[in-house]
Design a protein around this ligand. Structure first.
Ligand code: SF4
Length: 570
């Protein structure tokens, strides 16, 4: 048993539904208890599809368990075929039905339906949604594009048009799959490379049978497309290119690899890529982005791609990188090593939350879960991976792939951050009524920071009274030396990598608010801390408290603060 409040992925039959719903002319009969139809809402509400998923549920109830549930399944199967007349069907069990062991594949076969019926074995207690999608797609491709006994005329490697490819991986409920596909098609068109079949998104079973006609495959999302691509390589001699084109660098590598595979020139596309990201990231307004600490978490494809883009194309510093997909941990670990950090491979959001706290990032890039975590911690955040809520299935064109995708990502990553000028002014004029130290970025509207620190400081506090803290008027702080503040902030901003890895510093509250600590802050030390610009103040506080705790120092004085600075700055 595992106590679970949030789960990053659904059970594997949700992955099978993502494949079935993506396709045309395919029907899925799912042996499942009453209530499992909740899954329809993922597609009709979150993705806003205008039709029900092509899924028939047996919806057995408690009283059915005393009768013949196998008969129930056969009846649902026969009725689904009669009503929808699909080109092919997939049949399988949800978690509860797996326990009944009715064998949907055998039962469907016994019906003798006049279309291919592909049984799915999806172990719901060991595997999850993305694996379910990958396995379903693989099973479909294997059944509908079987390996030839002898090379069929017209399908041998030599007879294929080298400029014809398939695109594998996009599914229903995929994170920006709809718009990624538009961008990838655009790139291929500019290269003069044709698309034979896109699958599973938009493909029919008959289209899957045509997959072997292409010269090679493009795997856009390894989580869902790699297994089918590997099969096609083995069974039909089709090589594949697996470079998800997310970011300018990755898109350039993708274009080069496709051009080489297709025997066409990449130059015309690479000479005029049409991405504004490189110039935007180089322009002087982006200088303040350099070295901003970013924590990246998500599915492996997006986590790796976003870490690369953040570090190499924008100039951020990656202080945390992880994935919830254990099957793709190797790729994420390799990327993390390039940033000098250790990858986090975990599907427990509490573990992720603790890692984010310990890393003290300036920006979190993650899933919907990390958005909640970042909100609690008062950190800026952008969603870059599934699972996501309805806002991340937008009406506008919002790809992540290709050169336009890089434009979208630049805006997405920069938007949650305080703008440069405002960040600078806040460091100087913290007592301003509007631009005070606790204000949220003004381009994001209402403040996201609960009661201002000034208000908190004025309220009576037992701790403060115990150590004789006299609440200072904000005017006193205005007399501080801004250059001195900058020194502190710069030095503290480089302190935390070691802490990030050891997990020390975890347990800190949002923003600058103190969490439980054994040491109490003396008034002069507290005042000095407030001179540090807000975006690094939280780290300075964490490090100083850690320093004090390790040395059993009960009262943090000015001296402790500077000792801690010197210690971590070494
Ligand atoms: S069968 Fe699986 S998905 Fe359906 S309600 Fe039970 S645990 Fe949830």
């Amino acid at each position: 048993m595992q106590l679970t409040l949030w789960t990053y992925e659904g059970p594997p039959h949700i992955g099978a539904m993502r494949v079935a719903t993506a396709m045309r002319g395919l029907h899925y009969v799912l042996h499942a208890p009453q209530g499992d139809t909740y899954a329809d809402l993922l597609f009709t509400m979150i993705e806003r599809r205008d039709a029900r998923p092509p899924v028939t549920y047996t919806t057995f109830r408690a009283e059915d368990l005393g009768r013949d549930t196998a008969e129930l399944f056969k009846q649902a199967c026969a009725e689904a075929y009669a009503r929808f007349r699909p080109q092919a069907m997939i049949v399988g069990a949800s978690c509860t039905a797996e326990l009944i062991q009715d064998d949907p594949g055998g039962l469907a076969r016994a019906l003798g339906l006049p279309v291919p019926v592909i049984p799915l074995e999806l172990p719901a207690y060991q595997k999850k949604e993305n694996w379910g999608a990958s396995e379903t797609f693989y099973r479909l491709v294997r059944a509908l594009a079987p390996a030839p006994v002898a090379p069929a005329p017209g399908t041998s490697q030599g007879a294929r048009d080298p400029r014809l490819c398939n695109i594998l991986g996009p599914t229903a409920l995929g994170f920006r799959h709809r718009d990624d596909l538009v961008e990838v098609r655009r790139l291929l068109a500019r290269l003069g490379v044709g698309v034979n079949v896109v699958a599973p998104l938009g493909a029919s079973p008959a289209d899957l049978a045509r997959l072997p006609e292409a010269a090679f495959n493009l795997v856009l999302y390894p989580e869902t497309g790699r297994a089918a691509a590997q099969y096609l390589e083995t069974a039909h001699g089709q090589p594949f290119v697996e470079i998800p084109p997310i970011g300018v660098g990755a898109t350039r590598r993708f274009v080069e690899a496709v051009a080489e595979r297709a025997g066409v020139a990449a130059g015309p596309v690479l000479d005029d890529p049409g991405s504004r990201l490189p110039w935007y990231a180089r322009s002087v307004d982006s200088t303040y982005l350099t070295g901003k600490r970013v924590f990246v978490f998500g599915d492996a494809t997006h986590a790796v791609a976003l870490a690369r883009l953040a570090a190499r194309e924008i100039g951020f510093r990656v202080v945390g990188l992880g994935t919830y997909e254990r099957g793709f941990a190797r790729e994420v670990r390799a990327e993390a090593a390039l940033h000098g950090i250790e990858a986090l491979v975990a599907d427990d959001y509490l573990e992720v939350e603790a890692a984010i706290q310990a890393a003290s990032p300036d920006l979190v890039l993650g899933t919907q879960m990390e958005r909640h975590v970042a909100k609690r911690l008062g950190l800026p955040c952008a969603v870059i991976s599934a699972p996501a809520h309805v806002q991340d299935y937008p009406a506008r064109h919002a790809p992540l792939m290709g050169f336009e995708g890089a434009n979208v990502l630049f805006d997405t990553l920069v938007h949650p951050l305080m703008m440069g000028l405002e960040e600078h002014l806040l460091g100087l004029f913290r007592e301003d009524r509007e631009f005070h130290a606790e204000a949220a970025p003004s381009h994001l509207g209402a403040s996201t920071v609960p009661p201002s620190m000034q208000d908190e400081a004025r309220a009576p506090s037992p701790d403060r009274e115990r150590v004789g803290v006299r609440v200072e008027n904000a005017q006193d702080e205005a007399a501080t030396d801004p250059l001195h503040r900058r020194d502190l902030s710069v030095e503290f901003s480089s302190l935390t990598p070691a802490l990030s890895r050891t997990g020390e510093g975890a347990g800190r509250g949002p923003g600058d608010r103190p969490a439980a600590t054994t040491a109490i802050w003396a008034p002069d030390a507290e005042r000095e801390l407030k001179k540090i610009p807000f975006f690094v103040r939280s780290r300075a506080r964490t490090n100083t408290e850690t320093f004090a705790r390790e040395r059993s120092i009960p009262l943090i004085t000015l001296e402790t603060l500077y000792d801690a600075k010197a210690h971590f700055g070494r």
